[in-house]
Write a protein of this length. Structure first.
Lengths: 527, 308
């Protein structure tokens, strides 16, 4: 009874009864961390995207459902061979100070992010652009980058080679324009309240670090008349329980995550506000294929993978709608076609029998148990999963030693190869299977297990050269099946996005990339 | 007195230098670096970042560069919060932590001292057991339990006060964090005060005062209180330094923009400059407050004089 009363209370609050000092059309969002910066060239997190994506807009932008739609570019042409993109910018495009936004601002921005002096850690996303890698490595001058302004409204971007996901990438914050006139005047300090000028639906009003970022509607935005909100306030709240409490008290309208342990309570008490949806990300274990590790033997890797009962993990341990993963590329990825996975062809009993057989073939058994070093980064959820998986492996005669460390140390250890089994996760930078599968290419920094297979690399190289999307998807499907056949990694589950959303909000749609721009959101009863 | 103060301040320089040196090298010894995260960076990107922050230099050289900058009052840029320098982060966060901390200490003294005195006077009575039992609970229950509980009861269920946020220091936003911060302090101070009061009440000069026929109130206020305060004063030095530099738990739970979070986050992020900035700042505060405590001591206790 008490709970339903507090629910009513919180609804009353969100309807503005207690939030007197705020304007009625103010959206209050809990983002999951303090932004490192509001300069699109100096960030690499998802929480920063929530703010920066409302302040700025790329050539392409995202609709409420995550579909890519024209942003600053009104239209574009792509050359026959897929390497030259010509964009026609809106004539109405303006910066929030009223200055016209021109193709030159894009040229300036792309040269700036790839300039080694900017030290942008996410710049590699733009490597499909011609000479981008050479410019970033300091081998070529920024002026040689394949980007040019043909006139104020026409921008031409030349690529190294045809890249089917390139348009998608242009909606990412690494490809946002920055105001040349402001950056040149204020240097590195341009991205603070008072000087920051942006071109998106909202513009920065105030930034009190660690507490709140306030943005107001940008009157110069090309679609300003369709933006319902007057103001958006972002509260950086790392602590999920705090976000939940503030949501319940009606202090915020959207929380970009919630504590998984509260899922049952939320479903019971705030079912309309609780959103979970498939997310373009995978939770997996890297298996160390370097010489000298037992996991270098593909039979051991396969046995380990077969013995993991993923449904038990998703349903009994996590239970917030995660899906068991039998592939490496999450379902729903664009331009992808997963082939049947060798992992879920058999029923559970047959899988375990097969796993035992493989272990015996590899020379392990009750008299010669296999001892493995499993590393994970410190977190209650990772620990629970690791313990469960260690228990699932015990019947195979596998003894697992668990090691946990904080994030920075964990990933440094994975890169050094100091592990047999290592916890890892990947959230797609852009919606294309290449972004996931490239993690398994030889010599790639994020290929923690150092899986190296010439046929796999050849298929990926061939896919990169293939323009026909169906043929390309087939090649990558084949590459994925090959890696899964080798048990290159051990996929565990696909992530879900978790949000709490005030039911009075309209225009908020779940989507695979969990991107939500405030321009689409409004308060339903028009208040 | 002045000479003593100046001398103490001079001693502080080598102390701080040792703290800085130890912190600097320990930090660089810790495995993992500022750019080790969930995504490995391509080598050329990592090289650019290392160069941008002078991390490609040998550690001793980085140490000299750091000391040189520090002498000019420059704590350097934060690796993590790229739009702010370390000086700015501390300058923004410290006033908030200071304000909350001072209120919390004031509240703790206002409640803890009388409680301790009452418990001492009514020693071994029901009241004494009640006060000390409550104080023990206050010491034992960690603030990461108290704070969410306060938020849940007064913020969510009763909706009397905001659950979190700072709101430019509106008093409504300050109540819960101040209470949460002060509960443990109240408990410590009450226990300290009780113990010290009991000891003082048994001493010779109190017996003499009573023998002279002074009223009990006069004995306590004029003769017992001052010496009994000494242990509390010496506790207050480090306690104030601790509380005004913020609490990561309270800040995270109530969403307070103080500097407490930087102590923990900076270390986890290997944000070298921010780690050093907070260490230097905290070290200097401790040195300063200990000096203040020693000076207060001599004011409270005529037997202690710093003449030389």
């Amino acid at each position: 009874m008490l709970q339903s009363r507090t629910l009513l209370g919180s609804l009353a609050l969100t309807l503005g009864l207690a939030a007197a000092p705020l304007h009625a059309d103010t959206l209050r969002i809990a983002i999951m961390g303090e932004p490192a910066s509001l300069d699109p060239h100096k960030i690499s997190g998802t929480w920063e995207n929530d703010v920066v994506g409302d302040l700025f807009e790329g050539l392409i932008t995202e609709a409420a459902d995550g579909e890519r739609i024209p942003g600053v570019a009104e239209s574009w042409e792509i050359s026959e061979d897929g390497t030259v993109y010509t964009f026609h910018l809106r004539e109405s495009a303006r910066w929030s100070d009223g200055t016209p936004l021109t193709a030159d601002d894009f040229v300036f921005a792309l040269r700036r992010i790839l300039n080694p002096a900017t030290a942008a850690d996410y710049a590699y996303l733009l490597y499909p652009i011609r000479h981008a890698e050479a410019v970033y490595s300091g081998e070529m001058a920024p002026e040689s980058l394949g980007v040019e302004a043909l006139d104020d409204q026409t921008l031409r971007i030349t690529l190294e080679r045809a890249t089917p996901y390139f348009l998608d990438q242009l909606s990412h914050y690494t490809a946002y324009p920055v105001p040349r006139h402001v950056v040149e005047e204020h240097g590195d300090r341009w991205s603070r309240a008072g000087t920051l000028v942006s071109n998106g639906p909202f513009t920065l009003q105030r930034w009190q670090s660690q507490t709140r970022i306030e943005a107001v509607r940008n009157p110069h935005y090309h679609d300003a008349e369709n933006v319902a909100l007057d103001e958006v306030i972002y509260f950086p709240i790392e602590e999920r329980n705090t976000a939940l409490n503030r949501f319940r008290a009606g202090e915020i309208d959207v929380a970009r995550d919630f504590p998984t342990q509260q899922y049952d309570w939320l479903q019971e008490n705030l079912p309309e506000a609780t959103h979970t949806a498939p997310y373009l990300g995978i939770y997996y274990y890297a298996l160390n294929a370097r010489d000298g590790h037992p996991t270098a033997d593909p039979r051991v890797r396969e046995a380990l993978s077969l013995a993991v009962r993923r449904e038990v993990i998703t349903e009994q341990i996590l239970g917030t709608g995660e899906q068991p993963a039998y592939h490496f590329v999450p379902p729903g990825a664009n331009h992808h076609q997963s082939l049947a996975s060798p992992l879920n062809g058999l029923d559970e009993e047959a899988r375990l029998a097969r796993a035992g057989e493989l272990m015996r073939e590899a020379g392990y058994g009750p008299d010669n148990p296999l001892s493995l070093k499993l590393r994970y980064n410190t977190s209650e959820d990772h620990r629970t999963v690791a313990i469960a998986i260690a228990a699932m492996w015990r019947p195979l005669g596998v003894e697992v030693e668990l090691f946990n460390s904080e994030v920075a140390v964990h990933y440094a250890d994975l890169r050094r190869g100091d592990f047999d089994v290592g916890r890892a996760g990947w959230i797609g930078d852009y919606n294309d299977p290449q972004n996931f599968l490239s993690l398994l290419e030889s010599g790639v920094a994020n290929n923690y297990g150092a899986y190296s297979q010439a046929d796999f690399d050849a298929l990926m190289a061939q896919a990169a050269e293939t323009q026909d999307l169906t043929a390309r998807a087939a090649l990558m499907g084949e590459a994925e099946a090959l890696a899964l056949g080798d048990s290159a990694v051990l996929p565990i589950y696909y992530y879900v996005s978790r949000n709490l959303v005030n039911p009075a909000l309209a225009g908020w749609e779940n989507n695979l990339e969990d991107i939500h721009r405030s321009r689409w959101v409004s308060f339903e009863d028009g208040q | 007195m002045l000479v003593y103060t100046l001398k103490r301040l001079c001693y502080a320089v080598p102390t701080l230098l040792i703290v800085i040196t130890l912190a600097f090298f320990l930090m660089h010894l810790a495995p993992g670096g500022p750019f080790d995260g969930e995504r490995s960076l391509p080598p050329e990107i990592e090289a650019n970042l290392m160069a941008a922050y002078h991390l490609d230099q040998p550690v001793w050289k980085q140490y000299l560069i750091y000391l040189g900058n520090l002498l000019q009052g420059d704590f350097g840029p934060s690796f993590k919060y790229k739009d702010f320098s370390v000086t700015e982060l501390i300058a923004q966060g410290f006033p908030v932590s200071l304000e909350l901390g001072l209120w919390a200490i004031a509240l703790a003294l206002a409640i803890g001292l009388p409680l301790g005195v009452i418990a001492a006077l009514k020693r071994n009575s029901g009241l004494d057991y009640l006060v000390m039992g409550t104080a023990l609970a206050g010491v034992a229950v960690p603030n990461f339990v108290i704070a969410p509980l306060l938020a849940l009861v007064f913020g969510v269920f009763l909706a009397w006060l905001p659950v979190g946020g700072w709101n430019d220091g509106h008093w409504r936003n300050m109540v819960l964090p101040i209470v949460a911060l002060s509960i443990q302090q109240i408990a410590y101070i009450a226990r300290l005060m009780r113990a010290s009061m009991i000891e003082v009440l048994g001493s010779h000069h109190i017996r003499t005062a009573r023998a002279k026929g002074l009223t009990e109130t006069a004995v306590i206020l004029r003769h017992a209180l001052r010496p009994a305060l000494l242990p509390v004063v010496s506790y207050l030095g480090p306690a104030i330094a601790g509380i005004i530099t913020g609490s990561v738990v309270i800040e995270q739970i109530f969403g307070i923009p103080g500097i407490g979070r930087y102590f923990v986050q900076a270390a986890l992020n290997r944000d070298y400059t921010l780690v050093m900035g907070t260490v230097v700042f905290y070290g200097a505060l401790i040195v300063l407050l200990n000096l203040v405590v020693d000076l207060l001591y001599s004011a409270l206790d005529p037997q202690i004089r710093h003449d030389d």
